[in-house]
Design a protein around this ligand. Structure first.
Ligand SMILES: Cc1ncc(COP(=O)(O)O)c(C=O)c1O
Length: 417
């Protein structure tokens, strides 16, 4: 007999993990209270999706590889928990220049976000902490805090190409620190680290025996004379989990094809970490088999000219945005070295009516219908981030409107007619 429940109310609680999980960018941007100006077409410079405007399309070779995959029976079957062997082998070969990597060092993931989730989950316990860059991509926090892992920020230096403040990094390390997250090239900064700087970071990591989680989703996304080097290619002693995928470089964010590559050093990861990663992959949340079967062709058939074309587009956009925004009083655009973003300092003392950059951005949105991401989404107030992948004429129009907004505000502030 079931107990009499008629008078007992339902109480269904969300789990602690669900309650503690928060995506800061989504929360701030989706809670913007003002509406855009109905007389001006809305321009979003906020979304880090290079395909959002349809001006950048994936290479034909990639599309053909996925079409071919549809016809394969094995693209419809379940696969191994860590991913299809041939696809993992293709990833291992793709990274051969990083040192010796075998298919067993690769786990296929549902986007880079999933790889980050595996890396953080395998390395840190609830109550331990991980070090993340400020400003930086906020998904690390979203993943960690849900699991009860504490986030500690280390500072980047805006006037030194957003390099890591090494002293500040070291100051954050304590006996509960489980890993260091390194983001290169960076979202939101657009920075690309030199080999020398990466070597300095490795030195800190080695001294404190801290494994690195390298978020390299913008690998090879470099402009001007900059060169991308993976920290894994430089590491002799520090064990590293590299997280990456097709998302940005191949322009298919929605296809969720990512991977985690284990760069073991001194057998550090052999004992438990490999097994832990296999266990976590057993939750079966990995990428679909259709993409896995297409991966070997994708990684070998796309011509270099495709990537060169995309980088020269980003380079021109960065120059355009920087030149236009330098004319906006009160703003300091920071020319990026890579990725697909630009950070802009807002000299808040010139805009005294706004208590913070979010209010500045909200007003600009309501008057000019241009939306940028406030720095507080990256734990870095007084800055805003724009995306450079929008079509050129739209970027130009947006920059003009930002200029107009700043000029009008400063003229009003100074009562100039
Ligand atoms: C720095 C960084 N890491 C990871 C991701 C997530 O990548 P994916 O879409 O492949 O999960 C993003 C997405 O914008 C990103 O900017």
């Amino acid at each position: 007999m079931l107990p009499q429940t008629i008078d007992r109310p339902w109480v269904v609680r969300a789990s602690t993990m669900a309650r503690n999980t928060c995506n800061l960018i989504r929360n701030i941007v989706e809670n913007i209270q003002v509406a855009p100006n109905p007389n001006k077409k809305f321009i979003s410079l906020s979304l880090g999706d290079p395909t959002a405007f349809g001006n950048l399309t994936p290479p034909d070779e990639l599309l053909q590889a996925v079409r071919d995959s549809i016809d394969l029976n094995e693209s419809r079957c379940y696969g191994p928990t860590n991913g299809d062997f041939i696809a993992r082998q293709a990833v291992a070969e793709y990274y051969a220049h990083h040192g010796k990597i075998s298919p067993d060092d690769v786990i296929l993931c549902s986007g880079c976000a999933h790889a980050l989730d595996l890396a953080i989950t395998v390395l840190a316990e609830p109550g331990q902490n991980i070090l993340v860059p400020r400003p930086g991509y906020m998904l690390y926090q979203t993943i960690a805090e849900g699991l009860g892992i504490v986030i500690k920020y280390y500072n980047l230096l805006p006037d030194q190409n957003w390099e890591v403040d090494l002293k500040n990094l070291e100051d954050q390390i304590d006996d509960k620190t489980a890993a260091l997250i390194l983001l290169n090239p960076s979202n939101p900064c657009g920075s690309v680290y030199t080999e020398e700087h990466l070597t300095d970071i490795l030195r800190v990591s080695l001294k404190h025996r801290l494994p690195i989680i390298a978020d390299e989703i913008y690998e090879h996304f470099v402009i001007f004379e900059n060169k991308f080097t993976s920290v894994a290619a430089l590491s002799k002693d520090v064990p590293i989990l590299v997280c990456s995928g097709l998302t940005k470089r191949f322009l298919v964010p929605g296809w969720r094809m990512g991977w985690l590559v284990i760069h073991d050093r001194q057998g550090t990861f052999n004992v438990e970490i490999r097994k832990g990663l296999r266990n976590l992959a057993g939750r079966l949340l990995g990428p679909n088999k259709l993409m896995q079967c297409a991966l070997p062709k994708i990684l070998t058939s796309v011509p270099k000219s495709f990537f060169r074309g995309m980088m020269s587009f980003i380079e021109n956009q960065a120059i355009l945005a920087c030149e236009e925004l330098e004319r906006a009083p009160g703003l300091r655009p920071m020319l990026p070295q890579g990725a697909m973003y630009m950070m802009i300092e807002i000299k808040m003392s010139m805009f005294p009516a706004f208590r913070n950059e979010l209010e500045f951005i909200e007003r600009m949105y309501s008057e000019q219908s241009v939306l940028c991401i406030p720095g507080q989404c990256f734990q870095f107030p007084n800055y805003m981030r724009i995306v450079l992948t929008v079509p050129e004429h739209i970027l130009r129009e947006a920059c003009m409107r930002i200029q107009t907004f700043c000029r009008d505000y400063i003229m009003k502030e100074n009562h100039i007619n």
